[in-house]
Design a protein around this ligand. Structure first.
Ligand code: SF4
Length: 291
C-alpha cells in the first residue's frame, strides 16, 4: 500500500498547469522564443503556411489540389476526385493513418504538435509574433494586462485585435475555400451579398471562430478540445521522446531530503517547474506531468 508521502508526490498528476486550485484558467505568458530549433520551426512554418493558403487555388488537371467538399460530397486530393462510393478507400486510409499516428507518437512524442499542427503554427508563428511585436515580451504583456485602460493600453489592444481579426478573416476564407472551392468562394466575395447569404454567414462564422481560438482559447484547444491532445496520456510511454519534466528523476531534490514533504511544498515545486515549461512550450503543458 502506498504511504502518505507517495500519495502527495503523485498529486501533481491531478491537475494541469493552466488551471488554478479554484478551477480558473491561468493565462499563459510565454517567453519570446529564440534559438536553433526555433529558427528551423519558423522556416518550416512559413513553408506550410504558404502551402496552406495556396493549396485551394492550385489546379491539377482542372481539379483543385485539395477539396473537402462535404456539401457536394466530392473530395479531391492532388487532382484525383473521390466520391461517396470510394468511401472504402477513405476508411482504409484512415485506419492506416491512425495506426501510423499511434506508432509515430509512441516513439517520437509530440513532434507533430510542435512542428506541423496548424494550431501551433498559427498560434506561435503568426498570432504570438504579432503579440510580441505590439505588446512586447511576456513581462510587458503581463504588465499591460494589469494596468488600467489608459491610452497606451487601448491603442495596443485595438491594434492587436484588429490585426487578429483580419488574419482570422483570411484563415476563415481559406478554410471555406477548402470546403466549397476557390471559384465558389470568389463568387461569394464578389457577387451581391443576397446572392450567397449562406456562404457569407459561413465566412463570418469561420472567421470569428478562428479569432476566438487564437485570441482567447489558445493552448486550451490542446488540453480540452483536440482529440490528439486528449489521447496523449495513452499514446505516450516512459520511453517516448517528449519535452517534459521527469518527476521521478527530478524529485525529491537534495535540500528536501532533510525535511518532511508537506503537501504545500510539493505543489509549489511542481508549479515552479511547470511554469518554466509553460513559458516556452504552452501547447505542450498538458504533457509535462507525464512521468
Ligand atoms: S494537441 Fe492537437 S491542436 Fe494541440 S498542437 Fe497537438 S495536434 Fe495541434
Amino acid at each position: 500500500m502506498a504511504n502518505v508521502d507517495d500519495l502527495y508526490e503523485d498529486e501533481f498528476r491531478d491537475s494541469i498547469s493552466t488551471v488554478d486550485e479554484d478551477g480558473k484558467r491561468i493565462w499563459v505568458y510565454p517567453k519570446k522564443p529564440k534559438g536553433f530549433f526555433h529558427k528551423w520551426r519558423l522556416v518550416l512554418s512559413i513553408f506550410l503556411l504558404v502551402l496552406l493558403f495556396a493549396a485551394p487555388h492550385i489546379n491539377i488537371g482542372g481539379q483543385p489540389l485539395v477539396l473537402i467538399g462535404i456539401l457536394e460530397r466530392k473530395f479531391v486530393l492532388f487532382g484525383q476526385v473521390f466520391w461517396p462510393q470510394d468511401l472504402y478507400i477513405f476508411a482504409f486510409t484512415m485506419i492506416l493513418l491512425i495506426v501510423f499516428i499511434i506508432l509515430f507518437t509512441v516513439v517520437f512524442g509530440r513532434i507533430f504538435c510542435g512542428w506541423i499542427c496548424p494550431q501551433t503554427i498559427f498560434m506561435e508563428f503568426v498570432f504570438r509574433k504579432i503579440e510580441y511585436w505590439i505588446e512586447g515580451d511576456w513581462t510587458h504583456q503581463k504588465k499591460l494586462n494589469k494596468q488600467p485602460w489608459n491610452r497606451e493600453k487601448i491603442f495596443k489592444k485595438t491594434a492587436k485585435h484588429s490585426i487578429f481579426l483580419l488574419i482570422s478573416f483570411l484563415i476563415g476564407n481559406t478554410f471555406l475555400a477548402y470546403i466549397i472551392g476557390a471559384d465558389e468562394l470568389w463568387k461569394i466575395q464578389t457577387d451581391p451579398l443576397t446572392a450567397h447569404l449562406g456562404g457569407f454567414i459561413a465566412m463570418i462564422v469561420f472567421s470569428l471562430v478562428f479569432y476566438g481560438v487564437f485570441a482567447f482559447l489558445r493552448e486550451q484547444v490542446c488540453t480540452t478540445i483536440c482529440p490528439y491532445g486528449r489521447l496523449q496520456g495513452v499514446l505516450l510511454d516512459k520511453d517516448s521522446i517528449i519535452v517534459a519534466y521527469d518527476h521521478k528523476r527530478g524529485e525529491p531534490r537534495g535540500r528536501f531530503k532533510k525535511m518532511k514533504f508537506e503537501r504545500k511544498k510539493i505543489k509549489e515545486i511542481v508549479s515552479i517547474v511547470n511554469n518554466v515549461f509553460m513559458f516556452v512550450l504552452p501547447e505542450l503543458t498538458s504533457e509535462m506531468e507525464l512521468n
